[in-house]
Design a protein. Structure first.
Length: 439
């Protein structure tokens, strides 16, 4: 049975009280870091800000630049709507975290396939793409992976595609079998990020994961100003905590979790995988920590990640200083609101069609958040592919919060053949009426 945070709090506490800090720390020797921002678009500013910040955290913790690989669309720093061209900040009045970041893969090169090839060290597959650099790890290597973007039930979003939990599980399993790492640590900032690992990730493969949210909840944008949201709550908390410590003073993962859990107030961070790594630290813990950085809560404005586009366009309307810009901002906001209403209506019809012979299952499909398993992914991905091809494009991240309904259809074993036939005609009018470039 899979370990969830709620079941192991007592065990974690006992371990914390009894264990001595290990000298065999995951990012002490022969270490690599892979940092991925999976989104694009100015309304998703915070994801690239998070990744840029994390680059400097890795450097400060002793990981050399030639062992840090960054995947980031890179359309924010010089975006025409960025009020400070060439500058990205991760908190109000913060430093320029974009400065000095070496980006290996930009634009459409930020894809699930490239991510998996980089992680697995598949150098031949990356030849001629971006920097071509990959994680050149072996059985003695320790690897840190940090991902920030949108997520949905059993998936993580990339700019143009999605990565399924089944694909990530297979990649990690193949790496384990090929002895491509000693210990692998993953921090995932995304809505429903727990669903990528609960009932999916094996417990004895030297992989330890911390997620921003449980399998059935949103993560939250953080430091939302009059212009945009500058970061994400979980990411801000773990990075600012490290900013407040001496280099090399990162403590045990269980202790990090215990410290971060009460500070991340809008979602419930979770831990998964091989808990034997929980008593390790990320870097050599041979220095005394400075006083922690000031808490980032206070008067901070936090926004449900699903609602950040709404927040962004409302703020844009409020800042408009002439009639033309006001009209354009209002049109964009209205199109976004109407597009979301249409998406909600479409999903209701889709669920009704899927349960037409079993009306008693409508509420289960629409409302329950059923646990996933690897077995349901072929069915689930067929539905996702059809929906994304014929209904709403991948860039409309709002739809991710509805995908659990497609997963439920598969988990309940409902016949999807009719649904797959009807999706093109069902979606056509909704797709034709959509006026917003992003939901």
């Amino acid at each position: 049975m899979w370990k969830t945070v709620t079941l192991v709090l007592g065990l974690v506490g006992a371990v914390l009280g009894a264990v001595v800090k290990s000298s065999d720390t995951p990012l002490e020797k022969n270490s690599w870091a892979l940092l991925i921002a999976g989104s694009n678009g100015i309304e998703n500013y915070r994801h690239q800000a998070d990744i840029c910040h994390s680059y400097h955290v890795m450097i400060a913790e002793g990981i050399p630049a030639n062992r840090i690989i960054v995947m980031m669309y890179d359309d924010i720093a010089y975006n025409k709507e960025n009020p400070t061209p060439g500058v990205i900040i991760n908190k109000p009045n913060g430093t320029n975290v974009y400065a000095g970041v070496k980006i290996d893969y930009k634009g459409d090169d930020v894809s699930p396939v490239n991510f998996m090839n980089v992680l697995k060290g598949n150098k031949s597959s990356m030849k001629g793409i971006g920097s071509g650099r990959v994680i050149e790890s072996d059985a003695t290597s320790n690897v840190f992976v940090y991902f920030a973007d949108h997520g949905g039930t059993g998936l993580l979003a990339f700019p143009n595609e999605i990565l399924g939990a089944d694909e990530l599980e297979r990649t990690l399993r193949e790496m384990n079998e090929a002895k491509r790492y000693n210990k692998l640590i993953m921090y995932i900032e995304a809505c429903e990020s727990g669903s990528m690992f609960e009932n999916i990730l094996a417990e004895s493969t030297n992989v330890f994961v911390m997620t921003a949210a449980a399998r059935d909840e949103s993560s939250y944008a953080w430091y939302c100003t009059v212009e945009n949201c500058l970061g994400d709550e979980f990411s801000i908390q773990w990075m600012e905590r490290l900013d407040g410590e001496d280099k090399g003073s990162i403590d045990q993962f269980f202790h990090q979790y215990q410290e971060l859990r009460p500070k991340v107030t809008k979602s419930h961070i979770q831990i998964y995988g091989d808990f034997s790594l929980g008593t390790d630290a990320m870097t050599p813990n041979n220095k005394s920590p400075r006083s922690s950085a000031k808490s980032s809560s206070g008067d901070n404005v936090a926004i449900n990640s699903r609602d950040v586009p709404l927040y962004y366009y409302k703020q844009k309307l409020a800042r408009a200083n002439d009639m033309d810009s006001q009209m354009k901002a209002q049109q964009d906001l209205d199109a976004l609101v109407e597009g979301r209403k249409s998406a909600d209506q479409l999903m209701e019809k889709l669920v009704a069609l899927a349960t037409i012979d079993f009306p008693e299952k409508i509420s289960a499909v629409s409302e329950e958040r059923m646990p996933l398993s690897l077995d349901m992914f072929p069915c689930y991905k067929d539905l996702l592919h059809s929906f994304r091809s014929h209904c709403f494009e991948h860039k409309h991240a709002y739809l991710l919060q509805h995908y659990y309904k497609l997963a439920n259809i598969c988990i309940l074993g409902l016949d999807t053949s009719k649904l797959l036939r009807e999706i093109p005609s069902l979606c056509a009018p909704y797709k034709a009426e959509l006026k917003s470039t992003v939901l």
